[in-house]
Design a protein around this ligand. Structure first.
Ligand SMILES: Nc1ncnc2c1ncn2[C@@H]1O[C@H](COP(=O)(O)OP(=O)(O)OP(=O)(O)O)[C@@H](O)[C@H]1O
Ligand SMILES: [Mg+2]
Length: 248
């Protein structure tokens, strides 16, 4: 569970996040959408404990994020950044790093079995012994997702998890995240593709210029809202229970 109360955040002089308040319940799958620079990554980083926030503004499982130490936070929250630099390690070892918050002086059988399970989940077995720097961008992205899953945290924060993925892998990852949210894991992603967002997420949060412009289910995905958000005309279609968008 993530609770945000009147959160302001500034890198420099001007606030990038302005008076954000929201409650994300256990097992929700929230998709943050909005134009480039609207604050999606910044908001996710404040939830991940990566950016310093004021006290009493971000609560994780009803505790102020300030009250967690590093390992405790990593057992509760797994975060996959929009892009990251990495050491040239093997895929297996990169995923094993997700077990760091649990590992004492050496990894246990359980740590290894969790790594094997998530490698299979993301279809990475065949490249488990390849070096991360020799993989395609999409394969690297799946390794980072696997590493986050190995953390076995109750909250998953992912910044554009499908950005480098082909259509099938994008759908697989979104379906996996949806299945995880159905088991009670809270999932928050930033995502640009409105069709993916509305199809997989059970709540959409529209960010505009650092404020929540609108949030809710597919009913907020109107052509008016999308036009205000992106200054672009789209046609909204409904077929059966699916809503989808095509730029005009
Ligand atoms: N490290 C930083 N230092 C200073 N300003 C930053 C920093 N990171 C982001 N910003 C600024 O904060 C604002 C929000 O950036 P953020 O990365 O959160 O946007 P975003 O919604 O994730 O955009 P995108 O869709 O391009 O990923 C932008 O104006 C950006 O220039
Ligand atoms: Mg971003």
């Amino acid at each position: 569970m993530i609770e945000i109360k009147n959160l302001d955040f500034a890198y420099k002089a001007d606030n990038v996040l302005k008076n954000i308040s929201t409650d994300i319940k256990k097992g929700e799958f929230v998709g943050i959408v909005g134009p480039n620079g609207s604050g999606k990554s910044t908001l996710i980083k404040t939830m991940a404990g990566i950016l310093p926030v004021h006290k009493y503004s971000v609560f994780i499982n009803e505790r102020d994020i300030h009250s967690y130490n590093h390992n405790e936070l990593a057992r509760n929250i797994a975060y996959v950044p929009q892009s990251e630099q990495f050491y040239p390690v093997k895929v297996f070892d990169a995923v094993l790093m997700g077990r760091k918050p649990y590992i004492g002086w050496a990894p246990t059988k359980k740590d290894h079995s969790v790594v094997i399970r998530v490698l299979k989940m993301l279809e990475l077995e065949d490249i488990a012994l390849s070096f991360l720097n020799e993989l395609s961008g999409g394969q690297q992205q799946r390794v980072f997702i696997a590493r986050a899953l190995a953390q076995e945290a109750g909250i998953l924060l992912m910044d554009e998890p499908t950005a480098n993925l082909d259509l099938r892998h994008a759908l697989d990852v979104l379906q996996l995240l949806k299945n995880l949210s159905d088991t009670g894991i809270t999932v928050v992603i930033a995502i640009h593709d409105l069709n993916f967002a509305v199809r997989y997420c059970n709540r959409i949060m529209m960010l505009n210029n650092g404020t929540i412009f609108s949030q809710g289910g597919s009913e907020i995905m109107t052509s008016e809202n999308i036009k205000k958000l992106y200054k672009t005309n789209v046609k909204v279609f409904q077929q059966d229970s699916h809503v989808f968008f095509i730029p005009e």
